[in-house]
Design a protein around this ligand. Structure first.
Ligand code: ADP
Ligand code: ADP
Length: 226
């Protein structure tokens, strides 16, 4: 069973100004453990695809299957990482990183140990009790990464997670994220407008055409590793 499958999926947004077609008849299969990047011009429907997979949006037509089940109904854990880190300013680094697990009602001491170990891993061990506004953009994005990794999602969705970072930090964090997700062989879908990032990080690059998007081409990146 593919980890993610889109069958003839179309999305048309209904707005007061009329209909906005976003996706037109997309077919897509992503195997478990695969790292796929989706690139395409702004507004072509990349984020829309992630919302469908996360079960946050229903398609106008077609089916979205996650581990063989209809998205939205599935029990699969989906992790979402976005351009903005969405850290809560009144919570400390440690409390922010615990957010995802709190929602899942995991046992308190276990989840605290797990999160602290992860924060330590990402060089945030000395900042557990700092607040987000005291951290650099790169450190904040690392806290967001830890918050997402902590819930051990089966599928990781990344929507332009590095685009707010300066070049130097971006390169470092790209590598950290790549290592974290590769090491766990987690199914990952990265949306980006940065073609170099897409090629550097993924096994396969899917190029969408301008709106309403169809799949224009697919490029399989095989480094011959393993
Ligand atoms: P991308 O991520 O590639 O920039 P999006 O998926 O965000 O593209 O958007 C695809 C198209 O759908 C765009 O024209 C956008 O304006 C429109 N759109 C996205 N979300 C909504 C919404 N909630 N309501 C109306 N139109 C939307
Ligand atoms: P150029 O821009 O130099 O004309 P292309 O962009 O057409 O080259 O292709 C670059 C490389 O990617 C080529 O080696 C080509 O064979 C390969 N390639 C292009 N499209 C695909 C695809 N859908 N699947 C696998 N490889 C592809």
């Amino acid at each position: 069973v593919p980890a993610v499958e889109l069958r003839d999926v179309s999305v048309t947004y209904q707005t007061p100004k009329g209909e906005i077609p976003a996706l037109a008849g997309i077919n897509l299969g992503i195997a478990a453990g695969e790292f796929v990047a989706i690139v395409g011009p702004s507004g072509c429907g990349k984020s829309t695809i992630l919302s469908l997979i996360a079960g946050l949006l229903k398609p106008t037509a077609g089916d979205i299957l996650v581990s063989g089940e209809r998205a939205g109904l599935h029990s699969t854990r989906v992790g979402y990482m976005l351009q903005q880190d969405y850290l809560l300013p009144w919570r400390t680094v440690r409390e922010n990183a615990l957010l995802g697990l709190e929602l899942m009602k995991e046992v308190r001491t276990e989840r605290e140990k797990k999160v602290e170990a992860l924060l330590e891993n990402y060089g945030l061990g000395h900042f557990l009790h700092h607040h987000p506004q005291e951290l650099s953009g790169g450190m904040r994005q690392r806290v967001a990464l830890v918050r997402t990794l902590a819930v051990e999602p089966e599928i990781f969705l990344l929507d332009e997670p590095f685009s707010a970072l300066d070049y130097q930090t971006r390169t470092t964090i790209q590598e950290e994220v790549w290592r974290a997700l590769r090491a766990s062989r987690r199914t990952t879908i990265l949306v980006t407008h940065d073609v170099v990032e897409a090629v550097a990080m993924s096994d396969r690059v899917i190029v969408l055409s301008a709106r309403p998007a169809e799949i224009k081409r697919e490029l399989v990146i095989d480094f011959g590793v393993e």
